[in-house]
Design a protein. Structure first.
Length: 364
């Protein structure tokens, strides 16, 4: 595959010097910024993540800062989730939908104050959407992209490593909660979160100049823990059923189709609520399911159609071979008629038709 040509439009990150020194082999572009995808190999990176600890440059999870007297009002308009229940130190997964109920993004919201939130984005230009609503409604809010770059520490040894750098208080952080902890005299938001099922934290690094000092501190403190540079791993995320916006779900899908109905609990008249009313009452006609695929498969670069009895009954958005489970694991959007565990179909891949089976749950 061709290289990514350097450009100001494709931004480096505060951690790029460390990533490059660690021998990154591949990038993708995410929110107009570089995101590492491979260091050694997908398989080795995955195995290491499950046994040790990795430091991830996820600065591409750009923040939309919503601040001002009408901040909460805007948050209630752009997401189906009940924002009134959010605690002061909490992080919320907040599906964001358009007027037709289609997914625009699935950010994590961080409540910094009663009148100040960050939205930590998946790949998508949600800032313009929020800004457009604020302007059209005349809301008293400031909307900006602050100089905040998340750095993730993931893996079974993540807590021990973080305690060495931030102190024992880090162990008290609950899942999807955060504390402000001091690094080199600066308070940073440290959340127990991250895009893996291996456990870990995300540090919201405020100020690009803090990036490499924190990177170096983590590697120095974790030298005896086999710490490595890493990145979100395709194998581990598919095994875990962690959805990727743009791959497993798009604007063509609703939160109910993505299995996110439990987050559609707002009593407010949010954007898209009327369009989602039928699915809220009766459920969706299709939904995300774990799918295994037989035979050898190529990389999944496009949606692969799923067929049963000559009729398309869904598609596969992500697929990869899992060495741990010995299966081609996939995430599919499957019609109600075939989404029950054990349902058999065929999937059309670039290498030909392959047998596919729906599973009751994801592999981890």
């Amino acid at each position: 595959m061709a290289h990514i040509f350097p450009s100001r439009r494709v931004r480096r990150t505060p951690f790029s010097p460390g990533v490059e020194a660690a021998g990154v082999k591949a990038y993708t572009v995410y929110n107009h910024m570089l995101l590492p995808t491979v260091f050694d190999s997908l398989e080795y990176d995955c195995a290491h993540l499950k046994e040790h600890v990795q430091v991830w440059d996820v600065a591409c999870e750009r923040q939309v800062s919503i601040k001002g007297p009408d901040a909460l009002r805007l948050m209630k308009m752009i997401s189906p989730r009940d924002m009134d229940k959010m605690a002061d130190d909490q992080c919320y997964y907040v599906p964001t939908v358009d007027h037709n109920g289609g997914m625009l993004n699935d950010p994590v919201a961080v409540k910094l104050a009663a009148d100040h939130y960050w939205l930590s984005l998946a790949d998508g230009d949600l800032l313009q959407f929020a800004l457009g609503i604020a302007i059209a409604m005349g809301l008293d809010v400031e909307i900006a992209e602050p100089d905040v770059s998340p750095l993730a520490v993931q893996g079974p040894k993540a807590e021990d490593l973080m305690a060495r750098v931030f102190g024992e208080e880090v162990r008290d952080i609950r899942f999807f909660r955060y504390k402000r902890l001091v690094f080199q005299g600066v308070d940073l938001v440290v959340a127990r979160s991250g895009w893996s099922k291996q456990g870990g934290f995300e540090v919201y690094v405020e100020g690009s100049e803090m990036g490499m000092p924190l990177w170096h501190a983590l590697f120095e403190a974790g030298e005896d823990m086999h710490v490595r540079a890493g990145c979100p791993n395709t194998i581990e995320r598919i095994e875990s059923g962690l959805l990727s916006y743009g791959n497993d779900m798009t604007r063509e899908n609703t939160p109910y189709e993505c299995g996110l109905g439990k987050f559609c609990n707002s009593p407010e008249d949010y954007i898209g609520k009327a369009a989602l009313a039928e699915q809220a009452a009766n459920g969706p006609a299709r939904q995300i399911r774990p799918v295994s695929i037989g035979g050898e498969i190529p990389p999944c670069l496009d949606a692969w159609p799923l067929y049963a009895d000559g009729k398309q009954v869904g598609n596969v958005g992500s697929a990869v071979y899992s060495p741990e489970f010995g299966v081609n694991a996939a995430i599919g959007m499957v019609d109600r008629s075939h989404w029950d565990a054990g349902a058999r179909m065929e999937v059309e891949t670039p290498a030909g038709m392959r047998p596919a089976t729906v599973h009751e749950r994801f592999w981890r």
